[in-house]
Design a protein around this ligand. Structure first.
Ligand code: 5GP
Ligand code: MN
Length: 322
């Protein structure tokens, strides 16, 4: 079984690189940290890598400053683990490190996972990669300490919309209940994750909501965030997270779209769907991916051009539903 292969590979390794995906979220950072603590407890060396900065909202987690965005000099790894990455491009600038590693593992839960590693521990039924890491720690016969529990709880909480999205399962609650037994201050974690917001984030939200445009008899809701919005509100890239949920929460909306302008020639899109519409399928038209209900893509085209193409494609998919 794959999980035994992963346990074997970790047991044999001496120095392990752990890589989270570009523009990391709570699941990527929390799962990477939990894996890092576990590997350290097995008395092995490990490094944490991520191309982009850890979102400020996760700064309450210990050791987030251990994530490096450049390869440590004079270090070689006998095992490299990709965490929460559906395809190899999600590794960003660490793709080469991964490809050059003698042995690779991917731990992931995306339905669009391409099976790009030597060993692919992929469970699309897991609500978060954190759930898979929890199972792996059990298999490694390690006790869960408070820091590991905090990291995993954060991973699972953020990927399930605080235990409310359709991916939340009985297993999710069972794992969360066990994690809560390890000295977690659940009120504090929820407050830091969901209730404390920077003024920049609120200013950006206000601008994004102003851009709301409805299509297809109010079944599609689109929000846009321009470079100017980011500049003038002084918001950080991670401040765009969750803004799409406001579009998704409008009654009757089956497809919510957020287009974020990265520069004059490229954008990042986020998609959220309900009912029969497959977000990951729509994202795949733009070489992106994700899950049935939440997906995204990076597109090398100007904002205006993407708007047109995306709306056309979305409208045709909506028509198929009718
Ligand atoms: P978000 O819209 O929050 O950035 O991402 C939603 C989901 O889609 C996440 O599970 C994320 O992994 C996936 N996703 C977002 N952008 C991309 C992308 O450019 N490529 C792929 N393969 N998946 C993406
Ligand atoms: Mn995830």
């Amino acid at each position: 079984m794959t999980i035994e292969n992963v346990v074997n590979a970790i047991s044999k390794a001496k120095n392990i690189a752990i890589i989270g995906h570009i523009m990391p979220d709570g699941d990527a950072i929390g799962s990477c940290l939990a894996l890092y603590y576990s590997i350290k407890r097995l008395s092995k060396k490990a490094s944490l890598y991520c191309t982009d900065k850890v979102p400020q909202i996760l700064n309450f987690l210990k050791d987030v400053d251990r994530f490096k965005n450049e390869i440590e000099p004079n270090t070689s790894y006998d095992l490299t683990i990709a965490v929460d990455c559906s395809d190899i491009n999600r590794l960003g600038s660490f793709k080469e490190l991964f490809l050059n590693s003698p042995l690779t593992i991917a731990i992931d839960h995306h339905s669009s996972n391409t099976g790009f590693a030597d060993i692919n521990l992929v469970d699309t039924n897991a609500a978060a990669t954190g759930e898979i890491v929890y199972g792996l720690i059990e298999k490694l016969s390690l006790e869960i300490d408070t820091d590991t529990a905090k990291a995993l709880y954060t991973a699972i909480s953020t990927d399930t919309g605080h235990f409310s999205f359709s991916n939340t399962s009985t297993e999710t609650f069972t794992i969360a209940a066990d994690l809560s037994r390890h000295g977690l201050d659940l009120e504090y974690i929820s407050r830091r994750l969901y209730r404390v917001k920077s003024i920049e984030r609120i200013k950006l939200l206000s601008r994004a909501l102003n851009s709301l445009t409805m299509y297809a008899n109010n079944k599609i809701a689109m929000l846009t965030i321009t470079q100017r919005d980011m500049l003038e509100t002084k918001a950080m890239p991670s401040d765009t997270e969750n803004i799409i949920n406001y579009a998704k929460e409008i009654e009757g909306v089956v497809l919510a779209i957020l287009i974020k302008e990265i520069n004059d020639t490229s954008v990042k899109i986020s998609l959220r769907t309900s009912e029969e519409l497959d977000a990951s399928e729509l994202a795949s038209y733009f070489d992106g991916g994700g899950h049935k209900r939440a997906a995204g893509a990076s597109i090398n085209k100007p904002l205006k051009a993407v708007k047109g193409i995306l709306i056309d494609k979305a409208m045709s998919l909506i028509k198929e539903l009718d």
